[in-house]
Design a protein around this ligand. Structure first.
Ligand code: ZN
Ligand code: ZN
Length: 238
C-alpha cells in the first residue's frame, strides 16, 4: 500500500519527529488524535496497520517507525529511525567528532560489560584515549548530560546505560560491531544489553531484567532455564 501520504499519517509523522520516541500508550493516543477519533478505541491491530501504512510511505525517505522495547521495564516503544545512517554518524549533525568518539567509547564500555552499564568514572577515564581532540572533565560531564537529554543514554546513580531509543535505532549496528559480545535474551530473543547472566561458565545465557521478573515470578528456587543451575541474582519485581 503506497500512495500520497494522508493528513492523519502526516500529523502522526510530525508528532514522531518532535518526540523521537513514544511508548505504545502515547502512540495509541496520538493515533486517535491524528485520525480525529478521540472517543473511539484504537486497537493494537489498528495502530499496527496505521504505522505499517506510514512506513510504506517512508521507505523512499530511508526512514522507519520501528517498534522495540525498554530493557528497563519491558514496555513497548515506537522510535522514528533514520535508516540512511546506520551507525553513530546519525548523531553527527548534533555532536562534534570527539563527542561522537566518546559516545562510541561509552557504547563499547556498556556493551562489553556484564550487566550493560558503564560508570561515569570509567567513561571519564576513557577520555584519555581519545584520538580526535581531548575533552576536559567538565566538557565530558556536559556531553553526558546532553546524551541523556537527547535520549541516547540513561543515567541512574552515576551509571550509564543505552536508552530504549538507542537500542532500537542502533540494534543493527550493535549486532554487526559487537558480534562476539552481544547475545540475545534467552526468553524474548531481542538483543540483551542490560540483563542478568547465568554464572555457569558453560552456559552464560542472558535474560533481560523484566524477562527475569516475568519468568521467575512465583518460583521458589530460581534456576537457569537453560542449564538448571541456581540463578544467583536478585529477582527484580514486575
Ligand atoms: Zn528479554
Ligand atoms: Zn545457565
Amino acid at each position: 500500500m503506497s500512495g500520497p501520504m494522508g493528513d492523519s499519517h502526516r500529523r502522526f509523522l510530525q508528532a514522531m519527529m518532535g518526540r523521537g520516541i513514544v511508548d505504545e500508550q502515547e502512540a495509541s493516543k496520538l493515533h486517535q488524535h491524528c485520525c480525529g477519533a478521540q472517543n473511539k478505541q484504537c486497537t493494537p491491530d489498528q495502530l499496527k496497520d496505521f504505522i505499517d501504512a506510514i512506513n510504506s510511505q517512508l521507505q523512499p525517505l530511508f526512514m522507519e517507525i520501528r517498534k522495540g522495547k525498554s530493557e528497563d521495564t519491558g514496555q513497548q516503544f515506537y522510535a522514528l529511525v533514520n535508516m540512511a545512517m546506520t551507525d553513530v554518524t546519525r548523531l553527527s549533525s548534533d555532536y562534534a567528532d570527539n563527542e561522537l568518539e566518546l559516545f562510541v567509547k561509552t557504547m563499547n564500555l556498556i556493551v562489553s560489560s556484564e550487566n550493560g552499564k558503564a560508570s561515569s568514572t570509567d567513561i571519564l577515564n576513557s577520555t584519555d584515549t581519545l584520538t580526535t581532540k581531548k575533552l576536559k572533565k567538565s566538557e565530558t560531564e556536559h556531553l553526558l548530560n546532553r546524551l541523556v537529554q537527547d535520549k541516547w543514554l540513561n543515567e541512574k546513580r552515576g551509571d550509564y546505560t543505552l536508552s530504549t531509543r538507542c537500542v532500537i535505532e542502533m540494534e543493527p549496528y550493535i549486532r554487526t560491531m559487537y558480534q562476539d559480545q552481544v547475545k540475545v535474551c534467552h526468553m524474548c530473543h531481542d538483543i540483551a544489553i542490560q540483563c542478568q547472566i547465568c554464572e555457569n561458565p558453560t552456559c552464560g545465557i542472558k535474560i533481560h531484567n523484566p524477562c527475569v521478573a516475568k519468568y521467575f515470578e512465583g518460583r521458589a528456587e530460581p534456576q537457569c532455564p537453560a542449564c538448571g543451575e541456581f540463578w544467583p541474582h536478585e529477582i527484580p519485581g514486575i
